[in-house]
Ligand binder design. Structure first.
Ligand SMILES: NC(=O)c1ccc[n+]([C@@H]2O[C@H](COP(=O)([O-])OP(=O)(O)OC[C@H]3O[C@@H](n4cnc5c(N)ncnc54)[C@H](OP(=O)(O)O)[C@@H]3O)[C@@H](O)[C@H]2O)c1
Length: 120
């Protein structure tokens, strides 16, 4: 996998296969947009005691995982204006690697959104 920052945007049922195919992500900043939802997006599939990001971190050995952008719709990002009225959308992000989170915070800011560090 080339690039120092890799975006993971697959549906939950495809997660394991996608990461298997990706090869080593050791040391890379892995931005996960993945929501742990079933195929019809009707329910959470992992309960409330863990998270998609924790699962991604377990599967992507050595990657510096940051969950971000999972609460903002692609259509919003692709629209001509990423504002709701005059409001800039907030993008929550979390992860346990401060350096990787800094990279993602800069990315969020660079595209005109408000990043909010939601912790680890
Ligand atoms: N769409 C949104 O607005 C939005 C917002 C926030 C978070 N998310 C999250 O982002 C994830 C993707 O959602 P989506 O709406 O973008 O789904 P999507 O339109 O179905 O796109 C999923 C993508 O994953 C690719 N893919 C599937 N298996 C793969 C594999 N083994 N290796 C590499 N790529 C693979 C697919 O490629 P092919 O088409 O070539 O199969 C497709 O481009 C979900 O977890 C969702 O919860 C989405």
């Amino acid at each position: 996998m080339f690039g120092e920052v890799v975006v993971l945007a697959v549906r939950w049922p495809d997660l394991r296969h996608a990461l298997d195919q990706a090869g080593s992500l050791q040391g890379k900043t892995l931005v996960s947009l993945v929501n742990p939802m079933n195929e019809t997006y009707s329910e959470l599939v992992i309960g409330h005691a863990t998270s998609a990001a924790e699962t991604v971190a377990q599967l992507a050995t050595g990657a510096r995982v940051v969950e971000a952008f999972n609460g903002i719709f692609a259509d919003t990002l692709h629209s001509g204006s990423i504002r709701f009225g005059g409001q800039v959308p907030s993008v929550f992000f979390c992860g346990d690697d401060a350096s990787a989170k800094g990279i993602v915070a800069d990315l969020i800011k660079s595209i005109g959104l408000e990043g909010i560090d939601a912790g680890i």
